[in-house]
Design a protein around this ligand. Structure first.
Ligand SMILES: Nc1ncnc2c1ncn2[C@@H]1O[C@H](COP(=O)(O)OP(=O)(O)OP(=O)(O)O)[C@@H](O)[C@H]1O
Length: 335
């Protein structure tokens, strides 16, 4: 578990200090793929450098499994640093893909057979076994990025910090890089902390997230919990938008927005409510997406029938998040 407690950090500025982090606290669960998302200048890289113990905060503490890293020096500090790999995108241009992945193992004095076995395992995880003998210049940008991740993973760290791993990649190449990070978490049990400006990185692979803005955490927690929070800005960015014209909603006795999470809820809840309460239930906006592997829908629904309110309450009772229930849109339209 990585715990960040009340971290603050400023840098000297031309006229006044530039505040990069303001009282930032977060918990990264072991084995999580944790996203730190926010616009340029939000403080993501500063936070990543503090967690990597490359930057000293002005205030606050970074703990690894409860251990306060502020007081560490010498051997203990090296031990903790060895557990935490930091993604460095710059490859050795003169070394092959396999040679780059092998470099940290050579530094640790790992013998030839064990080194070759580990490099083979890592290249397989990267999906780049066929590229082992190629030089970085012969690889695409995304493949180079994957090799850099492989090099960071080679020595078996427990934590990987990846600052903007998909920065300036095409969407398809971003996808292959994110797949590697996801496999590192799933198959090697590595805790991965990713910083990004791109909300879709969170949607595709993160299970936990902190949203940074001007150095502050404005939202954090499990991504699936946040998407069901009607006040979450991240949810609004990740879920399908609803642009149903008001006149459309006014054809119904009740209109409401629902967020449904998981196969069972997305597939069955609305049809079941319609039958059980003998109402007409129509999807009049929104759509379906995936958060990681989980289907998530945000729909605007319209309901006609005397039991429309009871049906909406029943849907909410079954874990769906029902919001903006507009009272009697028909009456509003008629007024
Ligand atoms: N070494 C430094 N010296 C002075 N100011 C700095 C330094 N590092 C960061 N800053 C400032 O701190 C703030 C946060 O920067 P940081 O790089 O952490 O943000 P970021 O969210 O990673 O941005 P980006 O997505 O553009 O990389 C910015 O205003 C930045 O200019």
């Amino acid at each position: 578990m990585i715990t960040v407690e009340n971290l603050s950090k400023s840098f000297p500025g031309k006229t006044s200090p530039v505040v990069a982090l303001r009282d930032v606290s977060l918990d990264v669960s072991p084995g999580a793929l944790y996203g730190v998302v926010g616009p340029a200048g939000a403080g993501k890289s500063t936070l990543a450098r503090c967690v990597a113990l490359k930057e000293k905060p002005d205030r606050g503490v970074v703990r690894f499994d409860g251990l306060n890293t502020a007081g560490l020096d010498g051997k203990r500090l090296r031990e903790v640093r060895n557990q935490v790999a930091v993604l460095d995108m710059a490859l050795h241009a003169e070394r092959t893909a396999a040679g780059n992945v092998a470099a940290p193992l050579e530094q640790l004095g790992v013998d030839g057979p064990r080194r070759r076995a580990r490099v083979g395992q890592v290249l397989d995880l990267l999906g780049l076994t066929q590229r082992a003998g190629q030089l970085p210049a012969e690889l695409s940008k995304g493949q180079q990025r994957r090799i850099a991740i492989g090099r960071a993973l080679a020595a078996g760290p427990t934590v990987l910090l990846a600052d903007d791993p998909t920065g300036d990649l095409e969407p398809e190449e971003s996808g292959t890089v994110l797949t590697v990070l996801d496999r590192a978490r799933a198959e090697l049990g590595v805790t991965v902390l990713v910083t990004t400006k791109d909300d879709s990185v969170v949607r595709r692979v993160c299970d936990e997230v902190a949203v940074l803005d001007s150095g502050r955490v404005v939202e954090n927690g499990s991504v699936l919990d946040l998407v069901t929070d009607p006040t979450s800005r991240l949810a609004d960015a990740l879920l399908p938008s609803i642009d149903t014209p008001p006149a459309h909603a006014a054809r119904y006795d009740r209109a409401a927005d629902v967020v449904l999470v998981g196969f069972a809820a997305v597939g069955a809840l609305l049809p079941e409510a319609s039958i059980r309460f003998d109402i007409e239930l129509a999807t009049i906006g929104g759509g379906l997406t995936r958060i990681g592997d989980t289907p998530v829908a945000r729909f605007r629904i319209g309901a006609n029938g005397s039991q429309a309110d009871a049906a909406l309450a029943w849907i909410a009772d079954r874990g769906a998040h029902v919001t903006q229930a507009l009272d009697g849109p028909r009456r509003v339209a008629a007024a």
